[in-house]
Design a protein around this ligand. Structure first.
Ligand code: XMP
Length: 507
């Protein structure tokens, strides 16, 4: 194991993720973790993350200096390297020129950290302080035009520091540098795999939960499913999954989720068919945020009623993954849409503690974990689906009839995207029902029916997105199938807008 000491930088989990990508297991711990605890863990290496503070600020986060005496290799990144410098008697001060963005550095290849790295290479800098004077015994192993100490080291004590961020993709050879640290300096064997993560987590969950009861609100999405299956592997039927079918799922989705969980996994699976309740509450409501609010509240109410039947539980499982943790931490940006399932805890449910087994993982890691524990590919690679479901893909008022129309159109669209082999390369794609009706002609008859809009976007983080460049033949086929097979649709539109200025969903 390698530990990542967290000094509050924005890329901390990214560092952890890069380490795992090198097949080395690692955990992120707070910067003030005691020396005793670190000795107990006895890691093969320690990585200090970046952070927003200045080491010379009064309340700057600092670690126990004893860490440098343990004989365990240390790699300081950005703030981490400044802290190492400062703690060991070097000098850190405000840089005459702050560096931000892609920067060329020159490295010394004889450094173990830079073995096989090109002499000059692009890296990502983001700092206002810099290392002005090295601590005793250290040498410079990389520099840039305005940063004389872009990297420093004292190999005799296995201490290394870099001013730039090797963990971000903009640092061209960053992964190689991290791998060099892990393999050449820490001498990690690199034989850790995702199955070790799932195995270890399941074992830890089993120990933690003991003979207690656990409750899970299962949405059928990837995250809550993986979290639930991990718990079920740990404690079997001590877990109850409540799956609320709000009648706003994609075609057949409710049945598919039920089938998977009842046939393949050992849990108490409770499906609540609350479709009509949701349709009733949504009747006459056209405003998107109001729809979200109604669905969010009703969901909690239904869940609560079901949970009451079970009585007091000890743990509530949440499928929170790392990007949710960052996003909900930001909190300062304007509310464009209220994504109700982020932070939307059913606070009336009686439980003692929340368990979040996927809190440190990125989406693709969750998927890998899901495959490891036997969740079918279809579910593991399911594209993101919003909590309020089809309600925010039906512009204006939601009715049961509109839901049925949209389900059929969306099903055809998804089927054709899969037939064309495009389902894994498009970030998100779906049909939305506009509330526009227009005139058409079918079999010499005039029609006056709905237009459906097709959306497909490529994106890495769903914060920005581009309209996917779908082949015309695919669009043509989808369009002709939809108007032929789905009653009440006589026009198919393709949405070419990116995000921004549009959003991915229509509401
Ligand atoms: P937008 O439409 O904001 O979507 O560009 C970005 C991502 O978030 C999903 N989304 C939601 N997810 N509840 C959710 O759970 C919501 O209310 C919601 N609104 C949007 C959307 O599907 C896309 O992946």
């Amino acid at each position: 194991i390698v530990i990542v000491l967290d000094f509050g930088g924005q890329y901390n989990q990214l560092i952890a993720r890069r380490v795992r990508e090198c097949n080395v297991y690692c955990e992120v711990l707070p910067y003030d973790t005691s020396l005793e605890r670190i000795k107990e863990i006895n890691p093969k290496g320690i990585i200090f993350t970046g952070g927003p503070a200045s080491v010379y600020a009064e309340d700057a986060p600092a670690c126990d200096k004893g860490i440098f005496e343990l004989g365990i290799p240390v790699l300081g990144i950005c703030y981490g390297s400044q802290l190492m410098t400062y703690s060991l008697g070097g000098k850190v001060s405000k840089a005459p020129l702050r560096e931000y963005g892609k920067t060329e550095i020159t490295v010394k290849n004889e450094s173990k950290l830079f073995a096989d790295v090109k002499d000059t290479s692009i890296c990502w800098m983001s700092h206002t302080d810099y290392i002005e004077q090295l601590p005793e015994g250290f040498t410079v192993s990389a520099y840039s035009a305005s940063c004389p100490v872009a990297a420093l080291e004292k190999p005799s004590q296995n201490l290394y520091g870099v001013q730039f961020h090797p963990e971000v993709v903009h640092t061209q050879e960053g992964t190689k540098m991290l791998r060099n640290f892990l393999y050449n300096v820490c001498e990690c064997s690199g034989d850790w795999k995702m199955d070790s993560f799932t195995e270890q987590s399941i074992k830890a969950l089993r120990e933690k939960i003991g003979d207690k009861k656990v409750l899970c609100a299962l949405s059928g999405g990837v995250d809550s499913s993986v979290a639930a299956v991990m718990i079920s592997k740990a404690v079997g039927k001590q877990l109850t999954c409540i799956f609320v079918d709000h009648g706003l799922l994609r075609k057949d989705e409710g049945d598919e989720v039920e089938k998977i969980f009842t046939e393949q996994f050992d849990v108490n699976f409770v499906r609540v068919n609350a479709q009509q309740r949701f349709y009733d509450k949504l009747a006459g409501v056209a405003e998107p945020e109001e729809k979200r609010k109604i669905i969010g509240e009703e969901f909690i109410r239904v869940f609560e009623e079901e949970a009451k039947k079970i009585g007091v539980v000890d743990y509530l499982v949440q499928g929170t993954i790392y990007p949710d943790v960052i996003e909900s931490g930001l909190g300062k940006s304007a509310v464009i849409k209220s994504h109700h399932n982020v932070g939307g805890l059913p606070d009336y449910v009686d439980f003692k503690e929340i368990i979040e087994p996927l809190r440190d993982l990125f989406k693709d890691e969750v998927r890998r974990a899901g495959l490891e524990i036997g969740i079918p590919e279809k579910l593991v690679f399911r594209q993101p689906f919003p909590g309020p479901g089809l309600a925010i893909r039906i512009i204006g008022e939601v009715t049961e009839e509109k839901v049925k129309i949209l389900q059929e159109a969306d099903y055809i669209y998804r089927e054709e995207i899969a037939n064309a082999g495009l389902d894994r390369s498009i970030g998100q794609y779906f049909a939305a029902l506009t509330n526009m009706r227009s005139v058409g002609v079918m079999g010499d008859e005039r029609t006056y029916d709905y237009a459906v809009a097709l959306r497909a976007v490529t994106t890495t983080d769903f914060m920005t997105a581009e309209a996917a460049d779908l082949p015309w033949e695919v669009l043509g086929k989808v369009s002709s199938r939809i108007v032929n097979e789905v009653k009440h649709i006589n026009r198919v539109l393709y949405d070419c807008t990116g995000k921004p200025p549009a959003t991915i969903e229509f509401e």
